[in-house]
Design a protein around this ligand. Structure first.
Ligand SMILES: [Zn+2]
Length: 369
């Protein structure tokens, strides 16, 4: 079966995904949205206690499984304090710099389900009053939310239903340019989520049997470090995190290719599996970059840390200005979609050593470990 990348459907789905607020810890709505898509596609899935979804497509070989994961949770914030001025102090959810959201419109999600709009600003924003505003640190002390309600003190803000612990989401400001760029917050990792959903749809519609049973793990706690590290089916041999490629000085990744990660802060990814992905990209004429991400961890490394005996790898679209106002290009989505399709249709990577020979070796050399 050959693969055709459906640009329109992918971009439409991606826009829908980024526009559903889903900071880590507040992902009920987006997971229900995803669940409904899976129901419509009539895919078998489970929902974990942590709220993740694991969809499964049975393959010809049901003894060795593979798993692909992408995460739908995003960066966000929580109300830390209702200030005496009626404005809000925030605490971060996930890792970013405050300057990346300074000036951004936001929504405060109250416990009763009310959505109240606001803007994230430095307390000392106006140049007509604060002379040294540009030099002040962007931190929890100076950053605040100006609420779009007539409030002048903490009591009036509380009367709106706003309290400490309410989630705050940032506007994504999605835009698709006619030059093929997609600009939006939360492309990490909703771009990959959209690609995985599109892949499931393609596979269901084509009805072609995959070589191995394949799981699609939509995780919802990656930005806080423990997204896809539980409920991994016991037969899983290969575990792929589909997540953003990091672009910047000294990086090979860009906005046009699929980025395959050889190593990140957690250490090297499984060498043979990573090489297999590279050869697959070469054989299929998929534009790729092999890269190392200096300050990065993925759900695949979280799974390894949690003790799962799997071969792990990481690839995904290149995302410019990650954890800020992000951008990628449709070419990167296309190349990633092509590698995903080639991968799920391939045979599982062979062990370096033949298992039987390996056992004989150990039997003869019991102390040589
Ligand atoms: Zn991510």
């Amino acid at each position: 079966m050959s693969f055709t990348f459906n640009k329109e459907e992918t971009v439409t789905l991606l826009k829908q995904l980024v526009e559903i607020p889903s900071p880590s810890g507040y992902t009920q709505e987006i997971m229900e949205f995803m669940e409904n898509i899976l129901k419509d596609l009539q895919v078998v899935y489970i929902r974990t206690n942590k709220g993740a979804l694991i969809a499964t497509i049975k393959g010809e070989d049901d003894s060795k499984h593979r798993l692909l994961t992408a995460h739908t949770d995003t960066l966000g914030a929580m109300v830390k304090e209702v200030k005496s001025s009626g404005r809000l102090k925030l605490t971060m959810v996930g890792g970013f710099n405050w300057n990346a959201v300074e000036g951004e419109y936001c929504t405060i999600h109250t416990a009763s389900g009310k959505k109240i709009r606001g803007t994230i600003l430095m307390h000392q924003t106006t140049v007509h009053v604060y002379k040294n505003a540009s030099a002040l640190p962007r931190d929890e002390q100076n950053i605040e939310v100006r609420i779009d309600e007539k409030v002048t003190n903490a009591e009036e803000t509380r009367a709106l239903g706003i309290e400490v612990g309410d989630f705050v989401s940032f506007d994504p400001r999605f835009e698709e340019t006619d030059t093929g760029f997609i600009k939006s917050r939360h492309l990490d990792d909703k771009a990959s989520t959209a690609l995985l959903l599109q892949l499931i749809k393609t596979l269901k519609e084509s009805n072609v049997a995959l070589p191995h049973t394949t799981h699609f793990y939509i995780s919802n706690n990656e930005e806080i470090g423990y997204g896809g590290n539980s409920n991994i089916p016991a037969q899983t041999v290969e575990y792929i995190a589909v997540d953003m490629g990091a672009i910047g000085d000294g990086q090979t990744s860009d906005e046009y290719t699929v980025s395959i990660c050889a190593k990140d802060s957690s250490g090297p990814y499984h060498y043979e599996l990573t090489r297999q992905l590279v050869s697959m990209a070469q054989q299929e004429n998929i534009d790729y970059k092999l890269d190392i991400y200096p300050y990065y961890g993925s759900d695949a490394s979280a799974a390894i840390r949690a003790g799962f005996d799997v071969k792990h790898a990481l690839f995904g679209p290149g995302i410019e200005a990650s954890h800020a106002y992000e951008r990628t290009h449709i070419d990167s989505l296309k190349n990633t979609a092509e590698l995903l399709f080639a991968y799920v249709n391939s045979k599982i990577c062979k062990n370096r050593r033949k298992p039987i020979l390996y056992l004989v070796f150990f039997a003869l050399n019991p102390y040589d470990k």
